[in-house]
Design a protein around this ligand. Structure first.
Ligand code: PAF
Length: 277
């Protein structure tokens, strides 16, 4: 199913519907979202669209991993009821000239390093939400800023759907699943577990009573610094909703501890929510 009209006709056959928007090259993280969507809503739909609008000029749009046949088999085996695989012109018809920009929270972290990224994400999701009209949309917590941005987009524009964030799905050694992990060579893949270790360190510091932003950031940085292949882009201790960097974490609010780390070719993201205590 590719066109908006085909999708709308198929969607009309379902009542409550859970949507999992993806860029394909699916892994267990995506499939667990599909299972959750199906369990919660009765019917699930996945969209597969590598959205050019959210890639910067120097990013990996041309080489982004793709395997549609494999994705479709995995979705079928997972019991996904509908799959939308639009082409560029189905999402952005000729003359398309409407863009959605969530301000403020997109200026920092990933948004600060990837100008225009969240404009691309917000625009494509506005189209997908409008065409699919899901009851709920499911996202992985691994892309923590994306979750915050989508929640704000839906709230600000009064979109009639619920945003659900599901826990990050990890490989047995703790590496967060991501389509871009495929870029890691075997040595890099082995060393990539350092991100999980850095998150364990900040979680421990938080549980031990640390509330200073600088000390919490240092807990992550020190672990990353011990791995020569890891080049941290940022480590952050931010307010979980405003994404403002914190000098002190309010224990009754908690914080989002996040990082972006280049390890060989890919830039890996990971995070943990420091829960209120
Ligand atoms: O997280 C992703 O894969 C993408 O950003 C999304 C939400 C499918 C929008 O293109």
């Amino acid at each position: 199913m590719t066109t908006r009209a085909e999708l709308r006709a198929a969607r009309a056959e379902h009542g409550t519907l859970g949507l999992v928007p993806t860029m394909g090259f699916l892994h267990d993280g995506h499939l667990s979202l599909v299972r959750r969507a199906k369990e919660d809503c009765g019917s699930a739909i996945a969209s597969i669209f590598v959205n050019p609008l959210q890639f910067g000029p120097k990013e990996d749009l041309a080489t982004y991993p793709r395997d549609l046949d494999r994705d479709l088999s995995l979705l079928e085996a997972t019991g996904c009821d509908l799959v939308w695989t639009p082409g560029d012109e189905d999402v952005y018809p000729p003359g398309f000239d409407t863009y959605v920009d969530v301000h403020g929270i997109t200026d920092v972290l990933e948004g600060g390093r990837r100008p225009g990224h969240f404009r691309g994400v917000s625009t494509v999701l506005s189209v997908i939400f409008n065409v699919v009209q899901p009851t709920r949309a499911y996202f992985g917590q691994k892309d923590a800023q994306q979750v915050v941005v989508v929640r704000k987009l839906v709230r600000d524009l009064g979109m009639p759907l619920e945003v659900v964030a599901a826990a990050t799905v990890r490989e047995p050694d703790g590496l967060a699943m991501s389509s871009r992990n495929t870029y890691l060579d075997p040595t890099e893949r082995e060393r990539a577990v350092v991100l999980r270790r850095a998150l364990d360190a900040v979680e421990k510091a938080w549980q031990d009573g640390e509330i200073h932003g600088a000390a919490l950031r240092s807990a992550m940085s020190a672990v990353l610094a011990a791995e020569p292949l890891a080049e941290p882009d940022y480590v952050s201790i931010a307010h979980p909703d405003t994404l403002e960097e914190l000098d002190h974490v309010d224990p009754s609010v908690g914080a989002l501890a996040s990082m972006a780390v280049r390890l060989g070719k890919p830039r890996l993201l990971d995070n943990v929510v420091l829960l209120p205590r």
